[in-house]
Design a protein around this ligand. Sequence first.
Ligand SMILES: NC(=O)c1ccc[n+]([C@@H]2O[C@H](COP(=O)([O-])OP(=O)(O)OC[C@H]3O[C@@H](n4cnc5c(N)ncnc54)[C@H](O)[C@@H]3O)[C@@H](O)[C@H]2O)c1
Length: 246
Amino acid sequence: MSDFEGLVAVVTGGASGIGAATARELAGRGARVAIIDRAHPEPVEGIFRATADLTADAEIRDAVDRIGTELGGIDILVNNAGIGAVGDVGANEDDEWHRVYDVNVVGIARVTRHALPWLRESPSAAIVNTASVAGTNGLPQRALYSATKGAVVALTYAMAADLLADGIRVNAVAPGTADTPWVRRLLAASDDPDATAANLRNRQPMGRLVTADEVAFAIANLASPRAASTTGIVLTVDGGLTTLRV
Ligand SMILES: NC(=O)c1ccc[n+]([C@@H]2O[C@H](COP(=O)([O-])OP(=O)(O)OC[C@H]3O[C@@H](n4cnc5c(N)ncnc54)[C@H](O)[C@@H]3O)[C@@H](O)[C@H]2O)c1
């Protein structure tokens, strides 16, 4: 498939996990791809890298403008970067609430704000946000993280409504637990990694974790110009967690 031929795609958090898989998928389907991340431990040939922190407005503005100028525009924006938080509603102090919101929610607004002038010039403009099943299901010990991902779902609908007239489609994916460096870090930090891994697998009706490539495929399909009538949806990629009772 070469449905992204001639298009420029920007992926935040593209140095790892779902973002890295998405960058590969989009490049494989013909896009010129740029990733924005705060670090680039394993640079991939052919993929443009910009180093910027989602919480630093000037860094993000400069990164977006450099990508648009050097790659000749921006057609696709994948707002994927995010961070986790563990605990019930009482577990985290205000500073931590603000820190996680600043990346997971305000970060999307920040990148999108600077990308909009470029996206408005594109005949095939699309944004895909990475939400989570935590934003639409009550999962234990994820209060803060879930609140940010619920906000991403709400923001996706609002953005889709506002940007319809500009010809910019906006959708989201809601992955279940995916096998990425993030989840591997979580497991390594738990008291009993094997038992925690088994719990996570068992929570998925398919009995296994989602793969980063499966999420990347869903993101690319939502972003593709071939999905021209699809806007304002949240596509679950969760092994059946949201809807199946088996
Ligand atoms: N892995 C899962 O189980 C899972 C499930 C549902 C949703 N998600 C969501 O998918 C997205 C990607 O997760 P992942 O598992 O690939 O994680 P990951 O940790 O492997 O990758 C996240 C990337 O985002 C970057 N990043 C984080 N904060 C940043 C900041 N302030 N500025 C710039 N870059 C920053 C990191 O450097 C990293 O490269 C996140 O939004 C996450 O909430 C993950």
